[in-house]
Ligand binder design. Sequence first.
Ligand code: COS
Length: 379
Amino acid sequence: MQDFILTDEQQDLVAFAKDFAEKELKPVVAECDRKGEFPMEVYKKFYEAGFSTMFVPEKYGGTGASSMDLVLINEQFAKVDAGFIVSATTAEFGVTPLRIAGTEEQVAYYMDRVMQGQLGAFCLTEPGAGSDAAATRTTAVRDGDDYIIDGRKCFITSGGIADMYTVFATLDRSKGAKGITCFLVEREREGVSVGKDEDKMGLRLSNTADVVFDNVRIPAKNRIGAEGEGFKIAMKSLDRSRGVNSYGCLGIAEHAIEEAVAYAKQRVTFGHPIIKNQGLQWMLADMQIQCTAARSLLYRCAEMIDKTGKYDTELGSITKTFVSDMCMKVTTDAVQILGGYGYSREYPVEKLMRDAKIFQIFEGTNQIQRMVIGGQMSR
Ligand code: COS
């Protein structure tokens, strides 16, 4: 089904990404899923092929790809493995605070490091500050021309493999959200270390780790935006990422539908392929309806960012919630269609169901998204 008009250039990008993902990523997926490992060798080729620097504007040496182009490319990778692409693109997520509040010099510095193949990571979550992001305990203390950062971040995507962290820390806990400030902290700074790697249920190719800041001294020029502005920078960053980062769910769901259709065509019961059963066709039709609607919402989010340069709070949360709920439902139904084989690790759909779950949790749980949407509606 062709349901979106892509330019010739976009069709070429999709074909390029699909071909690369099939050739380079697919062969390592099963083993890395078993081990819970980010395939660094594939990432190196991904960088050499120019994928990791596509988001970098041309003036810094990148391709300057649009949000729409990036969604199309990432969707193709997510069809092969969502965990890999979620981790491989965290430099783009990590730069969002800089895009919102960084100086030209800070952005150029970050982009230069990305052009050398380095990864970034967005460090907001802490053991006691997940949904309640304003409860941040990581501290920042001003000391002359420096700040000293102290604390522990957890569940950080690419935390163990990133070279630069955008870190949210509080200058004054009594001020709540208004005490939080954003900083750029390089991995090589003394006192930065990586804590435990999460052994996750799904998205196992993505690296997820604790990042520890033990009295890390950074120059004041690494502060992103003004003191106390950090919480709003974090929320605005999430407004953007919640929408466009849903490409992971789209790729997973498309893969699950393909597997379910292929299986239903060849599995014979009571003398005919099970796809001939109306009950099963209706399940497949519902999966396709939901996935197609989700795709339209996600592409709309990306187009809106490209056309206006703005990130919409409500649209971001609506997209994140709808696309991830769709993905969970579609992958669960795919397991159902494959029956016992769906539950077996010999077939790919159980992995897709495991991979889907986290999208209802990270970047703000879907319960938090409903709070955000309701909050916007009641303003
Ligand atoms: N854009 C700009 N400003 C925003 C904003 C947004 N999207 N959302 C909130 N703010 C502002 C508010 O306007 C308020 O500013 P003022 O005090 O000047 O009026 C300030 O930020 C505090 O907002 P609020 O009182 O709504 O904050 P809460 O502590 O109640 O938290 C939620 C709001 C729950 C929405 C927030 O904590 C959240 O998103 N939590 C989930 C975190 C998350 O997604 N974590 C995943 C990490 S990345 S994998």
